[in-house]
Ligand binder design. Structure first.
Ligand SMILES: Cc1cc2nc3c(=O)[nH]c(=O)nc-3n(C[C@H](O)[C@H](O)[C@H](O)COP(=O)(O)OP(=O)(O)OC[C@H]3O[C@@H](n4cnc5c(N)ncnc54)[C@H](O)[C@@H]3O)c2cc1C
Length: 549
């Protein structure tokens, strides 16, 4: 049982301090609300500030004439699996939210090359941000200088506290100290879950803690199987974003033994594959050039640690913005020359297209609990256009704050700290009573390693019923053995979310967008969303057809 809980009171508790959390917290503080900003990492962290990328793009609606083309582009990638009212909100609000980036210390600039975003058919305005160290320092200064914000770093979410279907607070843990925060409203901005994979292009502590806590509190998760995989560098430097546009200049693909992985392909077929695959970053089953990703994963499953790519020297003659920004950054900041160095890549886990179900103001099924940024299922569906994830963080952080006013300003009796604490301790007692843990605390890191290996091997670009089922058996055993009060909440949340991912991947018996099943390689003629909920503590999945038709 946890020792004494330190009690804190606020109007808004924001959990997560990447772009989504920072915009939420600064907007809340701007209204004079007492705001606690808690994050497991540091203030201005998460995927938003992950340094091994050159820049982030934010795609916004150009003008009124762009509404329908943009809607078409989003729908084409999402394939009917998102919520049209959320898309409407994005189309309307996105041009007006870029100043939120300035307000947290970024210095956005407009991309000038007119290239459509990844998966988009139409070009539109894309704002770029970069300079991670400078932007992070500026954001930290902004938070430190704001008296309405109490920042809490190294602080993980343990549990969301609710009463009668409404959020009343949360329990957090910081360096062994337990905090009971009472709040009128709460914004979850805990980002994605790519750290559940051995190879991921994210900071290493994003295990889906927000998803797990929200699920446990009574929220639903949508389309969790649609996690993106993107080629990343295994060497000469590990975990560096690979620029897919460079594939246009690719001349060959080999396993680590030097075997030609395209030996059966004619030169013109290979050329067509490279040309098409260079136009989008994350894996998609909707293109013939998925062969690149599936062959890469086959070689890796056969024992190669990655695949080696070779490039034509003409790559460095390309000086358009899209190439120059990436190649110059790669050389200057990472010391890599694509033609000189041996380039090895593998599929790295990346952004989630699915997440916590929200409405068009970012509110979840729990009154007063909002989810913004990558933790939420927003305008994405089967896939996501490049530049819409950060854009979604901005749009829905602002909308969440507008709606949160309803809870802050309402004259409602707050539950006492004692009541909230009693509920929390009852929950803890259920673990003690079950006495389930057969694992020592030290086993938590083994547990996380095991989760990351299972997902990497069986819930990657290549998936099928048999491999997912084998790994689910392992995860179920870990789940049964895990008492979070012994193993810690990272391990507990990680096992739960890894199981959700695998169950969702196994339940979707088709291939579409970011989800490929080698045993069901075609799309189902009737698209559906998959909704995950907890029933008596067990993961339950249902298909939702009507809204997609
Ligand atoms: C290499 C790369 C390139 C990308 N390119 C683009 C692009 O061009 N355009 C685009 O739109 N998107 C892009 N993305 C995705 C985009 O960066 C993210 O989706 C977005 O930044 C997420 O912001 P966020 O605030 O939701 O989450 P994050 O920035 O990930 O922040 C999450 C926060 O939650 C905290 N946290 C996590 N778990 C817990 C917990 N259990 N308890 C407490 N705190 C917790 C973390 O410490 C962090 O502070 C890219 C991502 C990467 C990594």
């Amino acid at each position: 049982m946890p020792p004494d809980l330190t009690r804190l009171d606020c109007d808004v508790l924001v959990v997560g301090a990447g772009i989504g959390g920072l915009v939420s917290a600064t907007q809340a503080a701007g209204r004079g609300w007492r705001t606690i900003l808690a994050t497991k990492g540091k203030i201005a962290g998460g995927a938003s500030y992950f340094p091994k990328k050159a820049s982030l793009g934010v795609q916004v609606t150009n003008d009124a004439d762009d509404i329908e083309p943009f809607r078409y582009d989003i729908a084409r990638a999402a394939q009917g699996m998102n919520d049209p009212s959320i898309v409407d909100a994005y189309l309307r609000d996105s041009p007006n939210v870029i100043d939120s980036l300035d307000a947290i210390g970024f210095e956005p600039w407009l991309r000038a090359d007119g290239r459509p975003a990844c998966f988009a058919a139409h070009a539109r305005k894309i704002f770029m941000i970069g300079d991670w160290a400078g932007a992070s320092q500026r954001a930290r200064d902004i938070v430190a200088g704001n008296e309405a914000i109490v920042p809490l770093e190294r602080t993980g979410l343990v549990r969301i506290q609710t009463e009668a279907g409404r959020v009343v607070g949360a329990v957090l843990e910081r360096d062994g100290e337990w905090l009971l925060v009472r709040c009128k409203t709460m914004i979850l901005a805990t980002g994605g879950m790519a750290s559940l994979y051995r190879h991921n292009l994210y900071p290493n502590h994003l295990y889906g803690g927000g998803h797990a806590a929200a699920l446990e509190a009574g929220c639903e998760l949508v389309n969790m199987e649609y996690i993106q995989f993107i080629p990343g560098l295994v060497s000469p430097r590990y975990k560096v974003l690979f620029g897919e546009h460079t594939l246009k200049y690719c001349t060959g693909m080999f396993d680590r033994e030097g075997r030609d992985l395209l030996a059966d392909m004619s030169a013109s077929a290979a050329q067509a594959m490279w040309a098409e695959r260079s136009t989008y970053a994350p894996f998609s089953t909707d293109y013939a050039s998925r062969t690149f990703d599936t062959r890469m994963m086959q070689a890796i499953r056969a024992g190669s640690s990655g695949v080696r790519l070779t490039f034509h020297a003409a790559l460095y003659e390309q000086r358009s913005d899209f190439y120059a920004v990436y190649l110059d950054w790669l050389k200057r900041d990472m010391g890599i020359d694509m033609c000189r160095d041996e380039i090895c890549v593998a599929p790295f886990a990346h952004s989630c297209n699915g997440g916590i179900r929200i409405d068009d103001h970012g509110e979840t099924a729990i009154a007063g609990l909002f989810a913004v940024g990558e933790v939420a299922s927003a305008i994405e569906g089967a896939n996501r256009l490049g530049g819409n994830s950060v854009g979604g963080s901005l749009v829905f952080a602002r909308r969440a704050i507008e709606t949160a006013a309803r809870y802050i300003e309402a004259d409602r009796r707050a539950p006492s700290f004692d009541e909230i604490e009693r509920d929390f301790r009852r929950w803890c007692a259920s673990f003690d009573a079950a006495a389930t843990s057969t694992l020592a605390p030290a086993a938590a890191s083994d547990m996380l390693r095991s989760v990351r290996e299972r997902l990497w091997a069986d819930a990657n670009v290549l998936r099928d019923h048999a491999s997912l089922s084998t790994s689910l058996d392992v995860l179920d055993a870990l789940d049964a053995a895990c008492n979070p009060l012994v193993c810690g909440f990272d391990a507990y949340h990680a096992v739960r979310v890894a199981s959700v991912l695998m169950h969702a991947m196994r339940a979707r018996t088709e291939s579409r967008g970011a989800h490929f099943r080698s045993d069901f390689p075609t799309a189902d003629p009737r698209p559906y969303r998959q909704i995950v909920s907890l029933r008596d503590g067990a993961i339950h999945i249902r298909r939702e057809f009507d809204a997609c038709e």
